[in-house]
Design a protein around this ligand. Structure first.
Ligand SMILES: [Zn+2]
Length: 447
């Protein structure tokens, strides 16, 4: 695993670049899976892509970013993060009510931009903190679910981020309240008896899960579930959720379970992000070499807290859960290409913020894990761009390099279709038509 971000990459004040942009010459990788378009010129005006043409003379009045033969991809999406938590620093670390929570979330959104991730989907955190961070309009775009729908005796219950519901009427009322008062973009449901180290918890009833998903859908929102066992996943898909997050626990004849789940996803159009790095990070809990990979990419002092804090989730992960994560890691690596080849709708999500998973760099590792698992690079980029935008109903404006789309773009110095780790060779990040990150090796000329 390469451990850069480019140390040359500087944050650029958004106000500095309101001029129309020309990026050329570049190879355009459109995010839709189309063939790369070489020696191209991409023009941007009023935040949108206004033209894609053969590289030639840059039109007057444009700020010219010399692509220098680089590669232009759509801004990346990470569809499963927790920006109010930091690498499982400690159990209360994402409580988020403390003074300083909002600036910390904003800084995490900025680190996504440092890594070319222009949109994130937060699947669990305090809605008030996330909404306040989003209102600052800086860092990656963010969609969020706010608290998890759960049963009072459910797994992963934490008072500061749950919506504990019992009946269908409770659940529907809470969906309505969250939509009208919290500004949520989707709902997140915990539907799991827990991890191997837990006393098995009681799940919400499938009827309540179905009602939550349907009510959200009625508001034009999608839903996501956290499931652990193959049965959790299968039952939730049958209940009509938008996505099932994570590889399930592989037990017994798990490949048969996988077939059943793939078939159900295909039938219902349910999305299935694998979050492979979640299991890699947990499988390597307490392995110092894992944290070293993130040294250049996270704020000073954070890794020491993760290594030393008495309540560090990374330090305290029970062995039983770590062993389970090893099995889930192997199964996820074996499943990513199988599911993708079968046509299952997939996005790139990391669960960053949880145990040993750090914002920004983790997204690139997830791309790499998918490529290592045998998913073709072009398809991996599609999962992280156009597929994600489609999953969240934003494909009209985001997720691909096409005329008329918002200009969320990443300029790379090397070809990510040759080697997916080249998504880390970031020369510039453009968000909404503004250059927000630029490496000192990228030349800018005012034409
Ligand atoms: Zn999560």
């Amino acid at each position: 695993m390469r451990a850069d971000p480019d140390p040359q990459l500087a944050r650029v004040p958004r106000s500095r670049s309101s001029a129309p942009l020309a990026i050329a010459p570049v190879t355009v990788i459109d995010g839709n899976g189309g063939p790369p378009r070489r020696h191209a010129q991409v023009l941007i005006a009023d935040g949108r892509i206004s033209a894609i043409a053969e590289a030639g003379a840059v039109p007057a009045g444009h700020l010219h970013i010399d692509g220098d033969g680089g590669y232009l991809i759509p801004g990346l999406w990470d569809t499963h993060v927790h920006v109010s938590s930091e690498g499982g620093r400690h159990r209360q670390g994402w409580l988020g009510a403390a003074a300083g929570a909002v600036p910390a979330v904003v800084e995490n959104l900025e680190s996504y931009l440092d890594h070319g991730v222009t949109t994130v989907v937060d699947l669990g955190g305090r809605a008030d903190v996330l909404a306040a961070a989003r209102a600052q309009h800086t860092g990656a775009r963010m969609l969020f679910s706010g608290g998890h729908f759960n049963w009072s005796g459910g797994a992963f219950v934490a008072p500061w981020m749950n919506r504990l519901v019992g009946t269908i009427a409770d659940a529907e009322a809470e969906v309505d309240r969250a939509v009208s008062q919290e500004g949520i973009d989707l709902v997140k449901i915990v539907y799991s008896a827990g991890l191997p180290s837990h006393t098995p918890a009681q799940k919400l009833s499938p009827e309540v899960v179905r009602a939550i998903a349907a009510r959200a859908h009625g508001h034009g929102l999608t839903s996501a579930i956290h499931g652990d066992s193959a049965d959790d996943v299968f039952e939730a898909i049958e209940a009509g959720v938008g996505s099932t997050e994570h590889m399930f626990h592989p037990t017994g004849r798990w490949r048969d379970d996988r077939e059943r789940i793939i078939e159900a996803c295909l039938r219902s159009g349910t999305w299935w992000p694998m979050t492979i790095i979640l299991f890699e990070a947990q499988a390597r809990a307490r392995d110092p070499s894992w944290l070293r990979l993130f040294e250049a990419a996270v704020r000073p002092g954070l890794l020491d807290e993760v290594r030393q804090h008495p309540d560090s989730m990374w330090l305290n992960l029970p062995d039983l859960d770590r062993d389970d994560a090893r099995r889930r890691l192997e199964a996820a690596i074996e499943t990513a290409a199988v599911a993708s080849d079968a046509g299952v709708a997939m996005t790139i999500g990391t669960d960053a913020g949880i145990t040993g998973i750090f914002h920004g760099l983790a997204t690139h590792r997830e791309l790499e894990l998918h490529a290592m698992a045998g998913v073709p690079e072009r398809r991996v980029i599609e999962m992280a761009t156009s597929s994600a935008a489609r999953r969240f109903g934003r494909a009209d404006a985001l997720g691909s390099i096409e005329v008329g789309k918002r200009a969320d773009l990443v300029l790379l110095a090397a070809d990510p279709l040759e080697d997916i780790t080249n998504t880390r060779a970031i020369a510039a990040v453009i968000q909404d038509g503004a250059v927000v990150r630029q490496s000192s090796v990228t030349r800018t000329i005012y034409a």
